[in-house]
Every structure is written in structure tokens, then in C-alpha cells.
Design a binder for this molecule. Structure first.
Ligand SMILES: *[C@@H]1O[C@H](CO)[C@@H](O)[C@H](O)[C@H]1NC(C)=O
Ligand SMILES: *[C@@H]1O[C@H](CO)[C@@H](O)[C@H](O)[C@H]1NC(C)=O
Ligand SMILES: *[C@@H]1O[C@H](CO)[C@@H](O)[C@H](O)[C@H]1NC(C)=O
Ligand SMILES: *[C@@H]1O[C@H](CO)[C@@H](O)[C@H](O)[C@H]1NC(C)=O
Ligand SMILES: *[C@@H]1O[C@H](CO)[C@@H](O)[C@H](O)[C@H]1NC(C)=O
Ligand SMILES: [Ca+2]
Ligand SMILES: [Ca+2]
Length: 382
């Protein structure tokens, strides 16, 4: 056999290999997150200034990823406010905005590089470490919806508190660790507009809202109280929950009699409650046989404790958490989504093996069903 035929065979063999590899399971699987050949883990790419008004983002599954994100956000935040105060204080010449933005970009790249370096950030060993921290109630080698919801909720609370802390630094002008109402500078749209787009008076970010957040009534908000102020739906402060109900009545009360009648309840509140409950129990569908308003009338009657045909502020308390989705609601949604994506044997809970088999479910941290997200995500790295 001459050198020429050896070459031909080698090339043929290579071609066959190439052919086979292009039909490897990596490419034939329809699953979005099974391409293991190039890691494309990603830190969340965006950050908005007012957490209570931005679209809700899923929390990172891994606390280490969350920390990287927080560091990056903190740097963006600092940069934003240093530039801000520079502009206010003095025009510090052309000292170097371009120069300043360079390290920022590097930090960003380093974090992405870090989690995409298999030696530094080994997804399998991360999951090995995290599994026993999540599988605690009970520790039975399975992670169920409840355990994952609790885990997500812990991550979410940490994240929310961190943002509140940062926001608090902006408002706490005398730096005593408390925010007074005069220190609190409401967003400009609060000052410029007293009514929302439907013409209702708005109570948000005003003194009444502030006072309701001040749990111990000392006239100033500490970090816990300020966090509650920014996120009343997640607060355990009953004063604040009552304020939220009052605000809800104010918003729904189209005939301005100070109470919510059935019509006002049916056109507005009921759908929110029903959507919330349906997210919770996908199976409950038997009320679809009923005429439209029967379940609504039933719930209305239940809530209307004194039977006067109206819902008062106090009577809204039992459902207020469903009208303003809390972190718990998002944490549970995210847990259900994650489990549905990684639950190989469909028993409704996750084993460590199932998690290791589906790392991208945990590390892409995407929980809406928007296909575009996946496509963007993949295209970006081509
Ligand atoms: C965040 O998103 C907005 C609009 O979607 C964009 O203008 C902005 O540049 C993004 N910021 C970062 C840091 O990616
Ligand atoms: C990642 O960790 C797992 C388990 O600890 C190990 O088996 C695997 O070889 C590691 N992978 C890399 C690329 O280091
Ligand atoms: C808020 O509380 C302060 C006392 O801490 C009081 O002076 C003020 O009138 C209250 N404002 C409202 C709107 O209730
Ligand atoms: C803030 O004050 C409340 C009482 O209103 C207290 O329970 C809480 O621990 C305080 N938080 C901090 C961070 O000091
Ligand atoms: C509210 O109370 C519940 C239990 O009573 C607790 O699990 C939860 O963490 C509390 N939420 C906040 C925001 O403090
Ligand atoms: Ca368990
Ligand atoms: Ca206080």
C-alpha cells in the first residue's frame, strides 16, 4: 500500500468521523440545554434601578453565581453614582470616562469567563455541594417543589435585601443607618403626578406608605423597615399589609363609595386571585363547567365576613398576597419550572443524578417559556 492510499484512507476515515460527529446526540436532541461541548453559562446581563417596578427576574440558583452578579451590579451601581456626583460636584475635566469603563468591561468578562472555565467552576461539583443544602426537609435524597421553593426564596430574600441596602445608601443622607421621610426623596413621577393612568389617587411612596412601613413607629426606617417599604407584598408587618389593602380598595373602587362591590371585585380582583390559584394547582379545572361568575360569587361571599355585600379593607387581607405576587409566588413558579425541566423520570422531584444530567436548567436560570430567550442565548455565542 503506497503513501497515497494511506492518505486517502486517512481522509476517508476523517470524513466518516466528521459525519458521525455531526449526527451525534448533542445535535439530535431537541432539548435546549443539552449542548455540552461549549459551555455558555451566563450571568444575568441586566440591572434596573427601581427593583419594585422592574419586571421580575428569576433569582440565580447558585449562591456563587448570585455573588458574582451582585459584585458586578455593585460596580455598575458605584460607577453610575460616582459619575452622577461628579457631574453634580464639578466637571472633572476629561479625566477619563473611557479609561474608567475599561476595567468595568473586564470585570464583566472575568465573571463570565470564570463560570465558563470548567476547571474553576465545575458544574457537577457545584451541584454535589448544593444538593445536601437544598435536600433538608426531609433529607431523603430527593428535592421536591417545597424544598426548591424554600431554597429559591432564601436566594431571593438575600438579593432583595442587598438591593434595598444599596438603595438605602442613596437616601440615608446623614448616614445614620435610618431613612427619615424628609430624607426619602420619592421618584419624580410621584411628585409630578397625583393620579395614575386610570385617574385614581395613588398612595405609593407617600407619607402614609412610609408611616405604615415604620413598624416600631420611631419615625425613621431601618434597613428591615426600608426593605418592607420597597416591597410591601413581602412584608410581615400587618400595618403595611393593611395599608396595601387600603390602597387596593382605593384603586378598585370605581364608584368611590369606599368599598369594593361585587362588580368591582369581578372586574379586576377576581382574575388576579384565580390566576394565582391556577398557577398553584394546575389540575383544578372543574369550575369551567360553571357559568362565569359562580366561582367569583362564591369567593366574594367567603370574603364578605359581615355579609353587607361589600368588601372592606380588612376583608381583603386574606387575598392581598395574591393580588400583589410576593417573592414566594415567584420562587414557587421558578421551582415548578425547574423541576418540570429536569425531572427525568417524571416523579415530580429531583435526584442528584437528574440535576447533574440537566445542568443547564440550573445555570441558565431562565424560567419563562419564551423560546426566543433560548435562541438569543445560543446565537450570541456563535
Ligand atoms: C439593559 O437593558 C436596556 C434595555 O433593554 C439596555 O438599554 C441597557 O443597555 C441594558 N444594560 C445592560 C447593562 O446590559
Ligand atoms: C468536575 O467534578 C466532577 C465531580 O467532582 C469530576 O468527576 C469531573 O472530572 C470534574 N470535571 C472537570 C472538568 O474538572
Ligand atoms: C406620619 O407619622 C408622623 C409621626 O411619625 C406624623 O407626624 C404624620 O402626620 C404621619 N403622616 C401621615 C400621612 O399619616
Ligand atoms: C428594624 O427595626 C425592627 C423593629 O421595627 C426590628 O425588628 C429589626 O430587627 C430592625 N432591623 C435592623 C436591621 O436593625
Ligand atoms: C415572614 O414570616 C415568615 C414566618 O412567620 C417567615 O418565614 C418569613 O421569612 C418572613 N418574611 C420576612 C420578609 O421577614
Ligand atoms: Ca427532600
Ligand atoms: Ca422604625
Amino acid at each position: 500500500m503506497g503513501l497515497g492510499s494511506v492518505l486517502v484512507y486517512t481522509i476517508l476515515a476523517l470524513l466518516v468521523l466528521l459525519f458521525l460527529s455531526s449526527y451525534s446526540p448533542f445535535n439530535t436532541t431537541t432539548n435546549h440545554h443539552s449542548s455540552n461541548r461549549h459551555r455558555r453559562l451566563k450571568l444575568r446581563s441586566n440591572f434596573t434601578l427601581s427593583p419594585s417596578h422592574s419586571h421580575h427576574q428569576p433569582v440565580p440558583f447558585d449562591p456563587l453565581v448570585a455573588e458574582l452578579e451582585r459584585n458586578r451590579e455593585d460596580k455598575q451601581w458605584e460607577k453610575q453614582h460616582i459619575q452622577h456626583s461628579h457631574a453634580e460636584l464639578h466637571h472633572h475635566e476629561d479625566s477619563a470616562p473611557a479609561h474608567e469603563s475599561q476595567p468595568e468591561w473586564e470585570d464583566f468578562m472575568n465573571a463570565e469567563d470564570f463560570i465558563n472555565d470548567e476547571d474553576k467552576f465545575n458544574v457537577t461539583s457545584r451541584l454535589l455541594i448544593l444538593f445536601p443544602k437544598i435536600d433538608v426537609d426531609p433529607a431523603d435524597s430527593f428535592i421536591d417543589v417545597h424544598e426548591l421553593t424554600t431554597w429559591n426564596l432564601q436566594q431571593a430574600h438575600r438579593e432583595v435585601l442587598h438591593r434595598s441596602q444599596r438603595e438605602m445608601e442613596l437616601h440615608d443622607k446623614n448616614r445614620d443607618g435610618f431613612v427619615s421621610f424628609s430624607e426619602y426623596d420619592p421618584p419624580s413621577w410621584v411628585k409630578s403626578a397625583d393620579k395614575d393612568s386610570f385617574g385614581y389617587d395613588m398612595g405609593w411612596w407617600k407619607e402614609e406608605h412610609f408611616n405604615a412601613s415604620d413598624a416600631d413607629g420611631d419615625g425613621v426606617l431601618n434597613l428591615t423597615e426600608f426593605n418592607d417599604f420597597l416591597h410591601p407584598a413581602d412584608s410581615n408587618n400587618t400595618k403595611l399589609q393593611q395599608w396595601l389593602c387600603k390602597e387596593e380598595v382605593r384603586e378598585r373602587d370605581s364608584d368611590r363609595d369606599g368599598k369594593v362591590n361585587f362588580k368591582e371585585f369581578f372586574h379586576g380582583l377576581f382574575d388576579l386571585v384565580r390566576n394565582y390559584d391556577e398557577e398553584e394547582s394546575h389540575t383544578d379545572s372543574h369550575h369551567s363547567d360553571n357559568p362565569m361568575d359562580v366561582p367569583a360569587r362564591k369567593l366574594f361571599a367567603q370574603l364578605d365576613q359581615d355579609g353587607d355585600g361589600y368588601l372592606s379593607e380588612t376583608e381583603l387581607l386574606p387575598i392581598i398576597g395574591k393580588l400583589h405576587p410576593s417573592e414566594y409566588y415567584y420562587a414557587k413558579q421558578q421551582a415548578e419550572y425547574i423541576i418540570s425541566q429536569a425531572d427525568g423520570d417524571k416523579d415530580g422531584r429531583l435526584t442528584l443524578h437528574e440535576m447533574i444530567e440537566n445542568p443547564y436548567v440550573f445555570y441558565s436560570a431562565i424560567f419563562n417559556d419564551d423560546e426566543d430567550d433560548y435562541t438569543d442565548y445560543h446565537d450570541e455565542f456563535r
